[in-house]
Design a protein around this ligand. Structure first.
Ligand SMILES: Nc1ncnc2c1ncn2[C@@H]1O[C@H](COP(=O)(O)OP(=O)(O)OP(=O)(O)O)[C@@H](O)[C@H]1O
Length: 297
């Protein structure tokens, strides 16, 4: 069987800021044509990873390869295959959408102006309106349009949904997925808006402080990670039980998060003498599962 090529391959990445550990021995791979979402709480290390990927930051140890080249030393040909969206930032915002398209097109060999204008034409803006006078969401769409027109093979999008309203986010996500899938693009992105990820990504990487909590196909995570809710009176102790990923308790209401089966959890509760009622498996949205896995705070 032919093995799918990895576009991004990070091996044993370790990073500290001074003495503060961000993570140790992090491994990430992103297969060609896949859309991977990196999710984590504030401060988990997402921007650090993006900065290592785009070569701004050298990891303390380990290596990060894109198309087989070290991100600290990418050749111009490989750089040209990568489009970065860093917080929707646009320079030259005194230009309007036509002027900026013309300006950028001069720098790129494979410029695809249709990809830009297909997106831009959906914005409710005046024909000659300057980018500086547009709303935050509109500016983010212009930044994205300029990246899509570059026709990169790999897109790296940092916190792309920052400040976008639900309508713009939906437009962006559906447009991006269709663009990436129809052209076989690889995408690495971060976002805090977890419910958006459900319709966009193929693979999920969930980071917590200093460690990876999950890495794999989104469908597998949604199939395997479960929440069992029940009511219980009095104190009980499930410490040391490997089945329990997280237990949240508020008065009698208990939420137990696990990769184990219902039978295994019922057997565990019984073996620990927990008197429980109203036991049920809860249907988890991706956001519920994320919070169940990472904890509420
Ligand atoms: N230049 C720096 N110097 C010192 N510590 C830093 C620096 N940059 C980031 N950190 C710390 O490293 C950790 C990871 O930060 P990072 O910005 O990568 O997190 P993040 O997951 O992107 O967070 P957020 O979701 O809030 O954007 C945080 O604890 C942060 O305080």
């Amino acid at each position: 069987m032919e093995e799918r090529k990895n576009v991004i391959e990070c091996r044993n990445l370790t990073h500290y800021y001074g003495k503060k550990l961000v993570y140790e021995n992090l491994n990430i791979s992103v297969g060609e044509g896949r859309i991977l979402g990196l999710l984590g709480k504030n401060g988990a290390g997402k921007s650090t990873t993006i900065n290592i990927l785009n070569g701004f930051l050298a990891p303390r140890s380990g290596r990060c390869l894109i198309y087989g080249e070290d991100t600290q030393n990418l050749s111009p040909a490989t750089k040209a295959r990568i489009g970065y969206l860093i917080e929707g930032h646009i320079q030259y915002s005194f230009m309007n959408v036509h002027q900026i398209e013309k300006f950028y097109s001069g720098f790129y060999e494979k410029w695809d102006r249709d990809a830009y204008f297909n997106l831009i034409n959906r914005l409710k803006i005046l024909p000659r309106q300057k980018i500086s006078t547009m709303s935050c969401g509109q500016r983010a769409q212009v930044a994205l349009g300029l990246i899509l027109a570059q026709d990169p093979d790999l897109l790296i999008l940092d916190d792309f949904s920052l400040g976008l309203d639900p309508g713009y986010r939906r437009l962006f996500i559906d447009y991006l997925r269709e663009y990436a899938k129809s052209r076989g693009k690889t995408v690495f992105l971060t976002s805090h808006i977890i419910q958006d990820m459900e319709r966009l990504i193929d693979d999920i990487l969930i980071m917590d402080y200093n460690r990876v909590l999950y890495q794999g196909p989104l469908a597998n995570f949604q199939r395997d990670f479960k929440g069992f809710f029940f009511e219980a009176e009095g104190a009980f102790d499930l410490s040391g039980a490997p089945e329990v990923v997280n237990l949240e308790r508020l008065n009698n209401h208990c939420e137990l998060y696990t990769y184990a089966s219902e039978e295994e959890i019922v057997a565990l509760l019984q073996s620990r003498g927990v008197g429980f009622v109203n036991f049920r498996r809860e249907n988890l949205t991706l956001e519920d599962a994320f919070i169940g896995l990472t904890g509420k705070y």
